[in-house]
Design a protein around this ligand. Structure first.
Ligand code: SF4
Ligand code: SF4
Length: 450
C-alpha cells in the first residue's frame, strides 16, 4: 500500500519500514495465522467457490502481503477480499484465535482510503450506505415512498418491469419485504414486577424500525416485564456495522461518535440485532484511544443475554395441544462475534407450546451479511439455498433468529424454498407469550406463541 510507511521487502519476510497505528494492529493480527486450514470447512465463501484466495487463510495471506508490500492494491484483490461474508465462522474453529473478520474489514478500510474498491459495487456502497442508511431522515423518506408505492400498486409494476428487463435486479428487489405501517415507539417503558433491575437503553438500529418494528417493541416489553426501566434515546442512529463490513471506516466512526453522545451515563445498551450488537461492542477498537468508547462497548448486551443473565420470568401459559415446530438459526454476529449461544435457546426453551427442533449447522451463515445479499447476490443466494435445505429438512412452522438481516434473508429463503414458515425474533415470541398469558382467561383454549 502506497502510504510511504514501508518499502517493498526484498524477500517477502515482513515490512522493511515500521508500520504504525491501524496498519500495525492489523499486521499483528495477520501474524497469528499458522495456515493449518482447519477453518476451511467453516467458510461459506470457500464452500461456495473452493479457491484458496477466498479461504480464511487466503484472506489473511492477502492482507499480510498487502501490508508488507508484496502485493499491490488492485481492484482484482479487492474483489477477492469482498467475497468474504465477514461472518466470523472461521474464528470459532480457529485454534490460533485469528481475528479474520477484523483483518478483512480493516484491510477493506485501508483499500478504501487508497481509492481501491470493487468496481461492481462502488456506486451501491456509496449511495446506499453513505447516502441513505447513514441518514435517518432520508432512510425514513425512502421507506415511506416504498410503503406508499406498495399501497398504490406501484411496487408490483416495478417488480414486473425488473423481471422483464433486469431479472438480476428483480431477484434482489424480492429480498425487501413490504414495510409494515410505521410504529411510533414510546420513549420510555416503566419497569414492572416486584424486582427493579435498573435502567436499560434500547438500541433500535437503522432499517429494523421500518421493516420489523415489533422486535424492538417486544424487547422493550419483555425487559420492562422483567424489572428493567427501558429508555429509547431519540438521538441514536445507525450502528455503522454495514459501513464497517464495506470498508467505510470513516463513516462508521462518525456514526459511532453520534451514538456515544446518544447513550450517555451507565446502564446496559440493549440490541435486538446481532450485527448492531457486535459493531457497538467493538466501538472501543473503532475509536481506539477514546476511553468513553471502550466503556460504551462494555455496556452493549444482546436482549437475550440480558434477559437470561438477569433471570427472566417464564411465561405462565398452558401448553398447546399440538406444539408449534420451531427451529433456531443462530446469527453469526451473535454466535461467533458476541459468543451469545445458549441464551436465545433458553428463552425459546421456556416458551409453552413450542417444540424446538434441531437442524444441521444452525450457526453457519445464511448469506445475508450486511449488504452482501445485494452486492454479491449470486454467492449470497447459493449460501442461502444451502441453509434452507438444512432448515426445510426439519419441517419448521416458525424460524427464530436474532438479527434483522438474517430475518429478511431467511424470510426470502423460505419464499424461495416454498416453505410456509414465519420468521420471528425469540424476544417477539417471549413477548407474545407474556401477552397471551395476560389475556388468557380460565375458559380459553390452549396457547400457541406463533
Ligand atoms: S485462520 Fe486459523 S484455522 Fe485458518 S489457517 Fe489460519 S490459523 Fe488455521
Ligand atoms: S469471515 Fe466467514 S466468509 Fe470470511 S473468511 Fe471467515 S468464514 Fe469465510
Amino acid at each position: 500500500m502506497t502510504n510511504g510507511e514501508r518499502a517493498r521487502p526484498p524477500g517477502g519476510g515482513g515490512p522493511t519500514l515500521p508500520l504504525h497505528g491501524e496498519r500495525e494492529r492489523l499486521y499483528g493480527k495477520t501474524l497469528a495465522c499458522v495456515h493449518c486450514g482447519l477453518c476451511l470447512p467453516a467458510c461459506p465463501a470457500y464452500g461456495n467457490a473452493p479457491r484458496e484466495s477466498l479461504a480464511p487463510r487466503g484472506q489473511v495471506y492477502i492482507a499480510r502481503a498487502l501490508l508488507e508490500g508484496r502485493l499491490e492494491p488492485a481492484a482484482g484483490i479487492a474483489e477477492d477480499l469482498y467475497e468474504c461474508l465477514a461472518c466470523r465462522g472461521c474464528e470459532t474453529v480457529c485454534p490460533a484465535g485469528v481475528e479474520v473478520g477484523a483483518i478483512v474489514e480493516g484491510v477493506r478500510g485501508l483499500l478504501d482510503e487508497e481509492g481501491v474498491e470493487p468496481r461492481s459495487t462502488r456506486l451501491l456502497r456509496r449511495v446506499l450506505l453513505g447516502g441513505v442508511v447513514a441518514r435517518p431522515r432520508i432512510l425514513a423518506a425512502a421507506m415511506a415512498a416504498i410503503r406508499l408505492g406498495s399501497r398504490l400498486g406501484a411496487r408490483r409494476l416495478v417488480r414486473a418491469a425488473l423481471r422483464r428487463f433486469a431479472p438480476k435486479w428483480a431477484s434482489r428487489e424480492e429480498l425487501l419485504p413490504e414495510p409494515p405501517p410505521r410504529d411510533r415507539m414510546p420513549r420510555r417503558f416503566p419497569a414492572r414486577g416486584p424486582v427493579r433491575k435498573g435502567r436499560a437503553f434500547l438500541f433500535l438500529g437503522c432499517v429494523a424500525p421500518h421493516l420489523r418494528p415489533e422486535t424492538s417493541r417486544a424487547a422493550a416489553e419483555a425487559l420492562a416485564r422483567n424489572g428493567w426501566e427501558v429508555e429509547v434515546p431519540a438521538a441514536q442512529g445507525c450502528c455503522g456495522a454495514l459501513h464497517l463490513h464495506a470498508g467505510l471506516r470513516d463513516q462508521a466512526r462518525r456514526l459511532a461518535r453520534r451514538n456515544l453522545e446518544a447513550f450517555p451515563g451507565e446502564g446496559p445498551i440493549v440490541t435486538t440485532a446481532a450485527g448492531c450488537g457486535a459493531a457497538l461492542a467493538e466501538t472501543g477498537e473503532l475509536l481506539s484511544g477514546d476511553a468513553r468508547a471502550k466503556a460504551f462497548g462494555f455496556r452493549v448486551s444482546d436482549v437475550s443475554a440480558l434477559l437470561v443473565r438477569g433471570g427472566f420470568a417464564a411465561p405462565a401459559a398452558r401448553p398447546a395441544s399440538r406444539p408449534l415446530r420451531v427451529v433456531y438459526d443462530a446469527p453469526c454476529h451473535l454466535f461467533h462475534a458476541q459468543g451469545v449461544r445458549q441464551e436465545p435457546l433458553e428463552i425459546l426453551g421456556a416458551l409453552p407450546g413450542i417444540e424446538l427442533t434441531p437442524f444441521r449447522d444452525p450457526e453457519r451463515c445464511c448469506g445475508s451479511a450486511g449488504i452482501y445479499s445485494i452486492t454479491r447476490h449470486e454467492t449470497s443466494m447459493a449460501v442461502l439455498d444451502r441453509k434452507m435445505e438444512q432448515i426445510a429438512a426439519a419441517k419448521p412452522e416458525l424460524i427464530a433468529t436474532g438479527n434483522i438481516g438474517c430475518h429478511l434473508q431467511l424470510a426470502a429463503g423460505a419464499r424461495r424454498a416454498g416453505l410456509a414458515a414465519e420468521v420471528a425474533h425469540p424476544v417477539e415470541l417471549l413477548a407474545r407469550a407474556y401477552r397471551r398469558g395476560d389475556r388468557r382467561s380460565p375458559r380459553r383454549g390452549p396457547d400457541r406463541v406463533g
